[in-house]
Ligand binder design. Structure first.
Ligand SMILES: N[C@@H](CCC(=O)N[C@@H](CS)C(=O)NCC(=O)O)C(=O)O
Length: 237
């Protein structure tokens, strides 16, 4: 079996913002894979903590080994966790998908963008929507990300769609969605402040970029807005 057609199992939750990164990269690379659901905001089964991810987080993937049921992972498979690693792994397995440039400078730009999203923006989704942090955290994060966008080109590092774009898409789309639908623990009216800011001339570049991300077929195939809003509403009740 060649390295690109070994079994892959994705441990996922449809609600998880990080899982959408893994799902998008698998979709972009046209990978055949199996899925196994793990409930988030709930205790994880012992087998998951012992054999898949001691951190108790999704997504995780197993790669290779025999084709076994998801709750009986094989010790012959390699377990890969953490979305920056998962995204690069799938991009490396499928170079034909062009999700990670070959040029070292361009690769560094992709990694710096992913790092900036993780450092300045990713936590603002749970912070603002789930915990009720100030809307200012979202604006600060948006400012940090927008600063890295190039002057020319549709995507994070220019004309090539890469895993840098995948890194941001699930977060900005959920913040926009939950703010538009009025779902979240934020103080009354702060969703409107976020939307007003993102619609203001200061964020024109980020807004256009976010619209491009949400038009991407791999985004559409992995994003169920009504489901997310329904689950978030139950979770935050
Ligand atoms: N740094 C991790 C973060 C993954 C993460 O935080 N996943 C959340 C879901 S979005 C999770 O599994 N939380 C466990 C839980 O809520 O039970 C990554 O990049 O993969």
């Amino acid at each position: 079996m060649s390295s690109s057609n070994k079994q892959i199992t994705l441990y996922y939750s449809k609600l998880s913002v990080y899982v959408q990164r893994a799902s998008m990269v698998l979709e972009e690379a046209k990978v055949n894979y199996k899925k196994y659901p793990i409930q988030i905001f709930a205790p994880k089964p012992d087998w998951f903590l012992e054999k898949i991810n001691p951190r108790g987080l999704v997504p995780a993937i197993t790669y290779g080994g025999p084709d076994v049921p998801g709750d009986q992972p094989s010790s012959e498979a390699t377990v890969i966790i953490e979305t920056p690693v998962i995204m690069e792994f799938i991009a490396d397995l499928h170079p034909e998908a062009n999700l990670l440039p070959k040029d070292p400078v361009e690769r560094a730009k992709v990694r710096l963008f992913v790092d900036a999203v993780n450092t300045h923006f990713a936590s603002t989704f749970v912070g603002f929507i789930v915990k009720g942090d100030s809307y200012q955290t979202v604006i600060d994060g948006a400012r940090a990300v927008q600063k890295l966008l190039p002057d020319h080109g549709k995507w994070a590092i220019g004309n090539q769609f890469t895993i840098a774009d995948i890194a941001l898409a699930p977060f900005i789309s959920r913040i926009e969605l939950a703010s538009k639908r009025g779902v979240g623990k934020y103080a009354a009216g702060e969703n409107k402040l976020v939307l007003d800011a993102l619609n203001s001339p200061e964020f024109a570049k980020l807004k256009a970029y976010s619209a491009n991300l949400q038009e991407r077929p791999s985004f559409k195939a992995t994003f169920d807005g009504d489901y997310i809003i329904g689950e978030l509403t139950k979770l935050l009740a």
